[in-house]
Design a protein around this ligand. Sequence first.
Ligand code: AMP
Length: 214
Amino acid sequence: MIVLLVGAPGAGKGTQADLLSSQLGFRKVSTGDALRKHVSRKTEIGKVAEQVMARGELVSDDILLEILRQEVGVDSSERILLDGYPRNVNQAKSLDSLSEAHLVARCVHLDVPEDELVARLSGRRICGQCGASYHLDFAPPKNANQCDKCGSTALLHRPDDQPGSIAKRLQVFKKDTAPVLEFYKGKGIYNIVDGRGKQDEIFEEITVLILKNH
Ligand code: AMP
């Protein structure tokens, strides 16, 4: 079974996906994380994706399909949480054809107004060592510039969290990803969740939606 977590950049998909995987036993598959690994390992995919990602644009559907093939297995008993895929309707259709072993059971749309997304993304810092996420104003590390979890002093401002790229990513979400939500509304498996509340309350709400029919 596959559950999709869809939301604009900064909506909190990664945080909720981590909670769902640690508390409900879903395996999180994040296409953004997979691409960033390719970039840091300087693979062929990474070399092609790096600049596209830094500009805030979508990496090609062919590459994403390859990533998906690598990350989603054929074990139909597995519960998978997809974070960051599909990002356009073509990808949604590819997912249907690729994942014969898996039922796409629910599409959860994490909804946050644009001004809040910009504030969240502009202040976000990521630990280059362990991937932990911070915000300079809303969730700073205990010691400035040091990761609470692993102690690394490499807290990074993602290239695509720079102002020009943020604007582009929000534009891409509206143009390419919003139609994906309509696609799943048509299939009767769409739910919207307000992404502005407390993390644990949002998590509870998503949990109820996911477990409702299973
Ligand atoms: P994320 O961490 O999900 O915000 O993804 C970071 C970047 O990776 C995006 O801005 C895109 O450039 C790229 N990316 C991630 N997932 C996809 C996808 N499904 N299709 C195309 N590009 C993607």
